[in-house]
Design a binder for this molecule. Structure first.
Ligand code: KQY
Length: 373
């Protein structure tokens, strides 16, 4: 059984690797709740299948699924995708799964942050979230990976990006939001991130993507592609509410250096034309009081930066945008010449409030034997 660890990753010589470092595999959760995913979650399930199959070309994929949907998921997914039974409240593995850290000997450990559904009773997306809050530990247990638990620090995996070389990027909008850790000031939050992610420098973007229901997670506005190189969600339309948010991030990052003293290379990745929920889509969602409404005309926080970096592939959300889809593919092919860029039509995922990065969590490659004893 995996052990709960004392101390911090920093004290023990562990750091969170960049997503571009080698993976053991990827974790996902099967979407099911009909008050978030339209039409009984069937269209979302098909989109998740496409994402899982695309990633499985490059690394091992584990799909976690409730007992109720186990046979359904097993039937839709190829035999080389592992399907395990696990309870959850929804399907956002990036945010509820463990954040993995590694040391120089290639050992892997997990971090189990507190999860409160992106804001608890203040502005969270649903209640309850108790099953989601247990997932990080359960994943570590399944993998026999020892883990650190923070009893009193709320964080989601989508709220952090690291370069694996001492730098993390976060947003103030999310990390300093009163619905996360109101008992801590910025310096205390920064210190906790340094101790657990094993980094020396935190870069604080003011905001993320307009109307992002996570309080503006960093993983929707930027992505670390390699140390010193990021993509930034951008718009040339100065009248778009996203413009000042992306401009502020660009200005801030342009005058900063990372932990190694490097200026960042910033690639602007234009957002798609606004994705608005249609009347038909809205009517397909079961309305209940304890979840977010999905109203016709609502704009979803769509961005191409929400891609997943697999071992030799990039799994990129597409929106059937006549201009920006192909431009995003072209840019990412140039930034990642050693990886294949695979676009997946992701409207059904963004309708649920996130995208491909939000529904996946990478597990770094283990270089040492940490086997079941
Ligand atoms: O974007 C994410 N990381 C998760 C979005 C959750 C939305 C809840 N409905």
């Amino acid at each position: 059984m995996a052990k709960k660890l004392e101390g911090t990753p920093w004290q023990d010589g562990f750091r969170m690797p960049g997503e571009f470092e080698e993976h053991e595999g990827c974790w996902m959760i099967w979407p099911e709740r009909t008050d978030n995913w339209r039409l009984g979650a069937k269209p979302a399930q098909q989109a998740f299948v496409k994402v899982a199959e695309a990633i499985a070309k490059y690394e091992k994929v584990t799909m976690c699924v409730s007992a109720r949907q186990y046979e359904v998921a097993r039937q839709y997914l190829s035999p080389h995708i592992r399907v395990v039974e696990l309870s959850s409240n929804d399907a956002w593995m990036r945010d509820v799964g463990p954040t993995f850290v590694v040391n120089d000997q290639g050992e892997v450990r997990g971090i189990d942050w507190r999860f409160n559904a992106w804001g608890g009773l203040l502005d969270g997306a649903y209640f309850p979230w108790d099953k989601d809050d247990q997932i990080a530990r359960k994943v570590c247990d399944m993998e026999n990976i020892d883990y650190y638990t923070l009893e009193d620090f709320v964080l989601e995996g989508g709220a952090i990006h690291t370069d694996g070389e001492g730098t993390a990027i976060v947003t103030e909008a999310c990390l300093l939001h009163e619905s996360r850790n109101p008992h801590m000031n910025k310096a205390e939050i920064e210190n906790t991130l340094k101790m657990y992610l094993g980094v020396e420098k935190i870069l604080w973007l003011p905001n993320g993507i307009y109307l992002d229901e996570t309080n503006e997670h960093v993983d929707n506005i930027i992505h670390y592609c390699k140390p010193g190189v990021i993509v930034l969600a951008w718009t040339d339309d100065v009248t778009d509410p996203q413009y000042p948010l992306s401009k502020a991030a660009y200005d801030y990052l342009s005058q900063e250096v990372d932990a190694k003293g490097r200026k960042l290379q910033i690639h602007k990745l234009h957002i798609p034309n606004p994705i608005l929920i249609t009347k038909q889509e809205s009517e397909g969602v079961d309305r209940v009081p304890s979840t977010l409404p999905r109203n016709a005309g609502d704009r979803q926080a769509a961005s191409y930066a929400n891609f997943y970096i697999a071992n030799h592939g990039i799994i990129l959300p597409l929106f059937n945008d006549p201009i920006h889809d192909s431009k995003a593919i072209e840019q990412l092919e140039a930034i990642f010449p050693e990886r294949e860029v695979v676009g997946i039509y992701a409207r059904e995922i963004i309708l649920g409030g996130g995208n491909i990065h939000c529904i996946t969590q990478q597990q770094p490659k283990r270089m040492t034997k940490q086997s079941f004893q």
